[in-house]
Design a protein around this ligand. Structure first.
Ligand code: SF4
Length: 348
C-alpha cells in the first residue's frame, strides 16, 4: 500500500496525497538557449514527462524562464544553488516549483525573502539532500555520509522552512549507492508526511543507470514510498523518461498501456523473434490500451506459456500463429505478422 503523504500542487501536477506517481527529468541546456531548451522539453513531453527541471546558473538564465514556460505544457521547476537572487527572479518569472536547499542560501533574511515570495505564489520548494554534498559537521558527527546523516540534513532544511510557516515541501534524499538511497528514504518516510521525490543519483550510463534506478526506485515504490521519480542517466533525458515510465508500468502504476510478454527463444524457435519483438515494442508505444500482448518463439509452447496474455503471436515453421487468451486463432504470413497483430489490437 502506498504511504499517504501530503498533497502538493506543482503547476498542473499534484504530487503526493495518493495522486499518480509522476515522472520527471532535467534539461541539459542553460535556459539562456531558449529554443534548444524548449525543443528538448517538448521532446520530453512527447514521451510522457510530467515535470521538467531546469538548472538556473545565472541571472540571465533566470530571465528566460517565463519565455520557456509560455511554450511548454508541463510544470517547470527551477533548480537553484546558493544564489538567492536567482530564486527570487525565478519566482518573479512564475516558475511552478523551486529546487533549492535553504541551508545553502546562508543568510536568514535572504531565506525569508525567498520563502515569503514562494508562499505568495503558492510555489512548492523541493529540498534535496545528496550524499555527496552533506554538511561538514554531519560528516564529522556520523563519520561518513550515512542514511541517518542524510535524514538529519533533510530535517534541518525542512525545519528552516517550517519555522517560516511554509509547508509546500517536497523532499528528496539521493546517493549514487542504492542501499544508502533506499535506507535514507525509508527512514525519512517514517518521520515526515511530505511527498518524496525518489531516485538514485548519478546512476551511470543508460545501460547501468537503468538497472540501478530500477532496483532503487522499484524497491522503494514496492514499499509504498515515493510520489514522484527521476531516473538519473548519463545520456539523453528522453531515456530517463522512458525508463521511469517503464519502471512504473512494470510495477502496475501505469495501466493504460500495452504490456509485452516475449519469450527468450530457444532451439524450438525458427523465426527472427528478436527483431519482431523489438519492432513490436516500438509500434506499441503510443497505444493507450491496458492489454497484455505476447510475442512468442514457437507455437508448440508459446500460446500455453503466455496464456494470461489477451492476444499474441507465436512462431511456426514458415509462418506465425495468432492466438487469443491462449487459444489458436489462425495462421499469418511472416511478413504480415506485426500488421495483423496491430489490426487485431486496434479492434480490441
Ligand atoms: S515459447 Fe517456444 S521458443 Fe519461446 S522459450 Fe518457450 S519453447 Fe522456446
Amino acid at each position: 500500500m502506498r504511504k499517504r503523504t501530503k498533497e502538493v500542487q506543482l503547476g498542473n501536477v499534484r504530487i503526493g496525497g495518493g495522486n499518480p506517481v509522476s515522472v520527471q527529468s532535467m534539461t541539459t541546456f542553460d535556459p539562456i538557449y531558449v529554443e534548444d531548451t524548449v525543443k528538448q522539453i517538448k521532446g520530453l513531453e512527447a514521451v510522457g514527462c510530467d515535470i521538467v527541471r531546469v538548472a538556473v546558473p545565472t541571472i540571465e538564465s533566470a530571465y528566460q524562464l517565463a519565455s520557456i514556460m509560455s511554450q511548454i505544457s508541463i510544470p517547470l521547476v527551477a533548480d537553484i544553488h546558493f544564489n538567492y537572487k536567482l530564486a527570487l527572479e525565478a519566482i518573479k518569472q512564475n516558475v511552478d516549483g523551486l529546487r533549492l536547499n535553504p541551508g545553502n542560501i546562508g543568510n536568514d533574511n535572504k531565506i525569508k525573502e525567498i520563502v515569503l515570495a514562494a508562499k505568495e505564489k503558492s510555489i512548492p520548494i523541493r529540498v534535496g539532500v545528496n550524499a555527496g554534498s552533506l554538511e561538514k559537521e554531519l560528516l564529522i558527527k556520523y563519520g561518513a555520509p550515512t542514511a541517518e546523516a542524510m535524514v538529519e540534513s533533510a530535517i534541518r532544511q525542512v525545519s528552516i522552512l517550517e519555522k517560516l510557516n511554509y509547508d509546500k515541501i517536497i523532499i528528496s534524499l539521493k546517493a549514487s549507492d542504492i542501499k544508502l538511497t533506499t535506507e535514507a528514504c525509508e527512514i525519512i518516510s517514517h518521520k515526515v508526511d511530505y511527498p518524496l521525490h525518489i531516485g538514485v543519483t548519478e546512476a551511470g550510463t543508460t545501460w547501468s543507470g537503468t538497472i540501478k534506478s530500477a532496483i532503487g526506485i522499484g524497491h522503494l515504490l514496492l514499499q509504498g514510498i515515493g510520489d514522484t521519480i527521476r531516473v538519473s542517466l548519463t545520456g539523453n533525458p528522453i531515456e530517463e523518461i522512458k525508463v521511469g515510465r517503464q519502471i512504473l508500468k512494470s510495477l502496475g502504476f501505469i495501466k493504460n498501456e500495452i504490456t509485452v510478454i516475449s519469450c527468450p527463444t530457444c532451439g524450438r524457435c525458427t523465426v527472427d523473434l528478436i527483431t519482431l519483438a523489438n519492432e513490436a515494442e516500438k509500434r506499441f508505444e503510443n497505444i493507450k490500451k491496458p492489454i497484455k500482448v505476447a510475442i512468442m518463439g514457437c507455437s508448440v509452447n508459446g500460446p500455453g506459456e503466455a496464456k494470461d496474455a489477451d492476444i499474441g503471436i507465436a512462431g511456426g515453421v514458415s509462418n506465425y500463429v495468432l492466438f487469443k487468451n491462449g487459444k489458436l486463432d489462425r495462421k499469418i504470413d511472416i511478413d504480415k505478422a506485426l500488421d495483423v497483430l496491430l489490426d487485431e489490437i486496434d479492434k480490441m
